[in-house]
Design a binder for this molecule. Structure first.
Ligand SMILES: Nc1ncnc2c1ncn2[C@@H]1O[C@H](COP(=O)(O)OP(=O)(O)O)[C@@H](O)[C@H]1O
Ligand SMILES: [Mg+2]
Length: 531
């Protein structure tokens, strides 16, 4: 689903082709006319991209067409980059110095070859674009980008639901605490599993318990490990050691050494370990880990969260806790916070009946409620709410049994295209990655995702983009520094799945199990193997 990204790239290409620096080089190299033609073709392609984006959801011909287009647009982008480098070189090395330096890099005949190559490339790209543009059996309408949806005022007043504002889980928290602290068990270390579908609030509940004072006092050591990916012994042990000692372990060490380090950390201590988001159904793997965990003092507990009952059973827990959806009242409270926040621009009472109908469709799932609430936060007339309920939401819910990915996808569909871009890029990070916000903004800048504006520096605009995504629930677990700026955040695992889905096959994170790649790969990331 590279379309939203294509739209921005096409826009940037057009902007650059029209810049005076590139026009100057075009004139100098005798390719001015070709560049202008390319600009025109690119403009007519761009005009239909937003429509294609919507249509491709239900039409695989449009999807294929967009994929072909993507290759050529990226080539055009590279071409413009080459021109820009040349323009930059001219700026930093003007006059004689420039001439001298260029002579060193390129002999005069090479320069000629270089120009010729460039002129061929422009022609090739333009022809390819023309061919793809014409070669379609479906119709696409010209559309222009929606204006920025978030007004500066709403940015200031909107309060997203913070972690400490967990709604309606007091009973669950107490029940889990009871198992952790008061229930007697035979084994020294015993297991509890929280089971429920994605987006239900398992991790949130585990966090509530983990941070509870009773737990802090009761256990000698508390450890948090997000398992998420493949359940291999070494990485899991590595993460437990890291949580205990706050230091990474050298991944080149043998498994034996991992095991003895783990024993050093936990043996003899009454510990509480959370293994969040476990997917492993292989009992042999689990048994190897659990035998290592047995060295803890009597009363130690391991809390596992998982989407699958089968996974829970593999851990042989003394208690399986089935987390329930939020009831209607709790769902409404969460929705109210998300959809209305501190808004003063609408009369809330007018929206209650309609809002309640919408909440009902979220089936008590906090993640769905949050993300639908965030969409509606940006809609003002009641007619827009009604349209959303009867059309988009109704369609999304029909699509699959599991409502969560379709509802999250709705939030994505509602993003302005420059934010779609930034969000999809996050698929290149591993699951449960802790994003450093400033670093992420720099990466967005490097990719050219951030639209310049005369009044603000790119970093500030990027931070605005980040806040938009956070408020719309694409990020969570935001941590602030002492000045109140958010410096880090995470992404829910289902949001990460959505990012992968929308980024398409052109972006890939390579891990040891990756085997097949798309020939038109554009973004690749290699996560470090440190635990
Ligand atoms: N009871 C709740 N009140 C408010 N927000 C919640 C609640 N439960 C979950 N959330 C929010 O919903 C999202 C998904 O919750 P999470 O615990 O990550 O789900 P799971 O681990 O079951 O997939 C998170 O953004 C979380 O902050
Ligand atoms: Mg979770």
């Amino acid at each position: 689903m590279a379309d939203a990204i294509l739209f921005n790239i096409a826009e940037a290409i057009i902007l650059n082709l029209g810049s005076s620096a590139l026009k100057e080089i075009g004139l100098l190299w005798g390719v001015k006319k070709d560049l202008r033609k390319l600009e025109n073709t690119m403009s007519s392609v761009k005009a239909v991209l937003l429509d294609a984006e919507e249509k491709q959801l239900h039409n695989h011909q449009v999807r294929d067409w967009l994929q072909k287009l993507q290759v050529v647009v990226y080539n055009a982008d590279n071409l413009v980059d080459e021109f820009q480098i040349e323009a930059l070189r001219r700026r930093v090395m003007p006059g004689n110095k420039m001439r001298k330096q260029v002579c060193i890099f390129f002999s005069s005949s090479n320069q000629l070859v270089f120009r010729l190559n460039m002129s061929h490339k422009i022609k090739e790209i333009r022809e390819a674009l023309d061919e793809i543009k014409e070669n379609r059996t479906f119709t696409l309408e010209d559309r222009y980008e929606e204006k920025e949806l978030v007004s500066p005022i709403s940015r200031e007043t909107h309060s997203y639901v913070r972690e400490e504002e967990v709604i309606g889980r007091d009973h669950d928290r107490k029940a889990i605490l009871e198992y952790l602290v008061n229930v007697e068990t035979i084994e020294s270390v015993s297991f509890i599993a929280i089971v429920g579908i994605g987006g239900l609030g398992k991790t949130t509940l585990a966090q509530l318990v983990y941070n509870d004072d009773i737990v802090k006092k009761h256990f000698d050591l508390t450890l948090w490990v997000c398992v998420s990916d493949a359940f291999d012994l070494k990485p899991v042990i590595g993460k437990i050691i890291k949580s205990a000692s706050n230091r990474s372990i050298d991944q080149n060490l043998e498994l034996d050494q991992f095991q003895s380090r783990l024993r050093e950390e936990i043996d003899g201590k009454k510990y509480f370990l959370v293994l969040d988001d476990v997917w492993n159904e292989d009992s042999t793997k689990w048994d190897s880990l659990s035998s290592l965990l047995m060295g803890g003092a009597r009363g130690s507990r391991v809390l596992v969260t998982t989407r699958s009952e089968k996974v829970a059973r593999v851990t042989r827990p003394f208690q399986v806790y089935h987390l329930k959806v939020l009831d209607q009242d709790k769902s409404w409270s969460l929705f109210e916070k998300q959809a209305f926040g501190q808004r003063v621009d609408i009369e809330k009472s007018d929206f209650v009946a309609l809002g309640k109908e919408i909440v009902e469709k979220c089936k008590g799932l906090p993640l769905a409620i949050k993300s639908i609430g965030s969409i509606l936060y940006f809609k003002t007339p009641k007619a827009d709410w009604l349209f959303f309920k009867d059309n988009e939401l109704a369609k999304a819910i029909q699509q699959e049994d599991n409502i969560i990915i379709p509802t999250l996808k709705l939030s994505y569909n509602h993003l302005p295209s420059y934010l779609k871009h930034c969000f999809a890029y996050c698929s290149l990070f591993p699951k449960d990655h802790k994003f450093e916000v400033q670093m992420l903004i720099k990466l967005w800048m490097a990719q050219g995702f951030i639209k310049a504006d005369q009044n603000q520096c790119l970093e500030d605009i990027g931070y605005g983009y980040f806040l938009d995504l956070l408020w719309r629930s694409f990020f969570q677990e935001a941590e602030k520094d002492e000045c109140g700026n958010i410096w880090s955040c995470k992404m829910h695992d289902l949001m990460h799945d959505l990012a992968i889905l929308v980024a398409g096959t052109g972006s890939v994170l390579i891990d040891k199990d990756s085997i097949n790649f798309d020939e038109n790969l554009v973004h690749v990331s290699f996560p470090a193997l440190a635990y």
